[in-house]
Design a protein around this ligand. Sequence first.
Ligand code: NAD
Length: 300
Amino acid sequence: MVKARIAVIGAGLMGHGIAQVFAMAGHELIITDSVSQNLDTVRARIAANLRDLGDDESAAERVKPLADLAAAVRDADYVVEAVSENLPLKQKLFAEIERHVRPDTILASNTSVIPITSIMQGLSRRERALGTHWWNPPFLVPLVEVIETQWSSPQAVAWTMQLHEAAGKKPAHVKKDVPGFIGNRLQHALWREAISLVERGICDAETVDAVVKASFGRRLAVLGPIENADQVGTDLTLAIHETVLPAIDSRPGPSPYLEKLVADGKLGFKSGEGFRKWTPEQQTALRTRVMQHLKGTRNM
Ligand SMILES: NC(=O)c1ccc[n+]([C@@H]2O[C@H](COP(=O)([O-])OP(=O)(O)OC[C@H]3O[C@@H](n4cnc5c(N)ncnc54)[C@H](O)[C@@H]3O)[C@@H](O)[C@H]2O)c1
């Protein structure tokens, strides 16, 4: 793929990692942020990640921090937004971006859960707008969900898929702009039942995680649920569903157990207790274990 001029809006956790991936793929990057300290440190953060991964640190030099939004997007072929998860902020930002870009510049949002349709509805050229949902950390988790809205042009979707594939990512085309896209719908269907098992006293929180990690979690990176269903047989899958699905939590809203944890200030790592208690050492150990695991899957 030809090298593109890319602008990344937001130099936080996701923005700096997205910029890193495109810089490693050889693209010229401009990154902007409303907080000057985040721009001052962005190259150093990318260089530190690259050093840690054993990658070429000089790629960080292709990332140019620029405070002025208009100048950052003016010559861009592609703009990806990774600012805070706030709908009015994102709507205002894209309206501003559209005043400065070419008519054919593709505009993407990295929102986690806000419908792309809501973010992009006010644009005058909505055919060039879509979602690109990366996963943290962007340089270690391969998936990028490319979300098409009712207005997105097939050309914009195809170009964006190719951009990410050429950068070494695994883009997945989400053909309808539904809440949670694909990955988070699947993930949170599992979390709902996980929480329900604890709530109903079937097992404790540690046991839920131990069961997942010691069983189908071991296979998930190489055996997806649909492959698995075909492997065991659709007839067996049907028989299992006839027995198990009526017993599984199907309440439409969040669990009252989860709501009580939040009301009691049991917010997880940030308060030292959520479903379980977490010392700072346990938190660091878990984060380290996840990073080590993801690094080990880089060439899968
Ligand atoms: N953290 C995750 O695991 C994750 C995963 C997938 C998607 N996302 C989504 O990515 C987006 C960014 O999340 P994050 O975790 O990187 O947040 P973050 O808080 O680390 O970074 C957001 C950055 O945006 C900057 N910003 C805020 N308003 C701005 C503006 N008007 N112009 C320019 N910069 C502005 C902030 O200064 C900050 O540096 C959110 O929409 C989030 O939902 C996050």
